[in-house]
Design a binder for this molecule. Structure first.
Ligand code: CAA
Length: 388
């Protein structure tokens, strides 16, 4: 085979350069804040500023809106590297992409020009409001209403599990504009937290990703200009799903990063920890565990990058790949972080070492942006479509 064929399987140099640059920033300025953010549950402002100074806070925003213009693979690699240091902080670039993706996919040029530049500059963050107390996996069962009133829409309802709520200035909000027709009666809107009638619930007390606030968002007669609708009325649910096709790839990347952080820490630890007169890394039982962890991690990374390439190209099989990457990488991250705790023994179970935090952080990647049960539904539907 000609050399170029093999070259195609290597990442481009500029992508590897992105990895190096993000890793340097995160080792120096994000990792040192991770334990404190986990302990206090405070949003890690210093980590945000470090990402913002290096333009890694919302790398996917296109250059014409003032952004860094990173492609889907580079964006995934940024999220992966930030997650290796601090999973909660990696939700800054991840959720900025999630919140703005509906605009990028379906928004008017005016909306994009108004709302994307402040995210690109880091003045504002952007969250995504889909889930509700009674509409989680069954997202189309939402009851938040948007009613047209002259030149305005008026929104009423409650969204739950909203990542970065309160810290973000802007919100993509999905609401029913035509009741009784299910998914086809849902529309998407941009809401500013300063719009009268927007308020937030208390921060949820979570198992992990504690430095990333998760809160309810309340819409109480929120009146917004009619042109804040994203796309045509009735297209909101499809926009929500198309968004998730792209951003499940970023959750896969987050999971890969968390797992890499746990593998790196535990592999170093076993070379230093001595029992029975030698480093525990000399025992084959430990070596087999490490080998399995590294093998599964690399498989998850390759699937994630393959999905990122499909996200960048907008391939028709992205729906399958996004779900597969998210599901596989998050299940893998859960196994690897659990094994990392095991490798550290009793020490791994304490907060004196970061692997128990990584294990707690990994758990959410199996749940948000669609549980892994939902990902299997999505994959099976795509698979069976070809045979029906
Ligand atoms: N792209 C485009 N359109 C799509 C689509 C996609 N990927 N998936 C569905 N649609 C369209 C369908 O074509 C259909 O339209 P037509 O009738 O015109 O064909 C319409 O949307 C309804 O689709 P379904 O019939 O498949 O809808 P459903 O009610 O059966 O639901 C589901 C499908 C996959 C279960 C979906 O509800 C789902 O993904 N649920 C999980 C929700 C989720 O991921 N929530 C995450 C919240 S965000 C979050 O977690 C953020 C965070 O904290 C970081």
């Amino acid at each position: 085979m000609p050399t170029e064929t093999f070259e195609a399987y290597r990442l481009p140099e500029e992508h590897e350069a992105v990895r190096e640059a993000v890793r340097a920033v995160c080792d120096a300025k994000v990792a040192p804040n991770a334990a404190e953010a986990d302990e206090t549950g405070e949003f890690p402002k210093a980590s945000y500023e470090a990402l913002r100074a290096a333009d890694f806070h919302a790398p996917h925003i296109p250059e014409q809106y003032g952004g860094a213009g990173a492609d889907a693979l580079a964006t995934a690699m940024v999220i992966e590297e930030v997650a290796r240091a601090c999973a909660a902080t990696s939700l800054i670039p991840a959720v900025n992409k999630l919140g703005t993706m509906p605009l990028l996919l379906a928004g008017s040029e005016e909306l994009k020009r108004q709302f994307l530049p402040p995210v690109a500059s880091g003045e504002a963050m952007f969250s995504y409001c889909l889930s509700e107390p009674e509409a989680g996996s069954d997202a189309a069962a939402m009851t938040t209403r948007a009613v047209r009133d002259g030149d305005h829409w008026v929104l009423d309802g409650v969204k739950r599990w909203i990542t970065n709520a309160g810290v973000s200035r802007y919100y993509t909000v999905f609401a029913v504009t035509e009741p009784g027709v299910g998914a086809k009666g849902i529309s998407a809107f941009v809401v500013d937290k300063s719009d009268p009638g927007v308020s937030f619930g208390a921060p949820e007390k979570k198992l992990g990703i504690k430095g990333s606030p998760t809160r309810e968002v309340y819409f109480d007669g929120v009146r917004i200009p009619a042109d804040r609708i994203i796309g045509e009325p009735g297209t909101g649910f499809a926009t929500a799903m198309r968004t998730l096709d792209h951003t499940r790839v970023t959750i896969a990347a987050q999971a890969v990063g968390i797992a890499q952080g746990a593998l790196d820490f535990s592999a170093k630890y076993v070379t230093e920890r001595t029992q029975f007169g030698k480093p525990v890394a000399d025992f084959q039982g430990i070596q087999f565990m490490l080998a399995d962890m590294a093998m599964k991690l690399e498989a998850a990374r390759q699937l994630t990058y393959a999905a990122a390439a499909r996200s960048e190209r907008g391939d028709t099989d992205l729906t399958f790949f996004g779900a597969a990457a998210k599901c596989y990488a998050s299940d893998t991250a859960m196994q690897i972080t659990t094994d990392a705790v095991q490798l550290l023994g009793g020490y791994g179970y304490t907060r004196d070492f970061p692997v128990e935090r990584m294990m707690r952080d990994a758990k959410i990647t199996q749940i948000y942006e669609g549980t892994n049960q939902v990902q299997r539904i999505v994959m099976a539907r795509q698979l069976l479509k070809a045979f029906r």
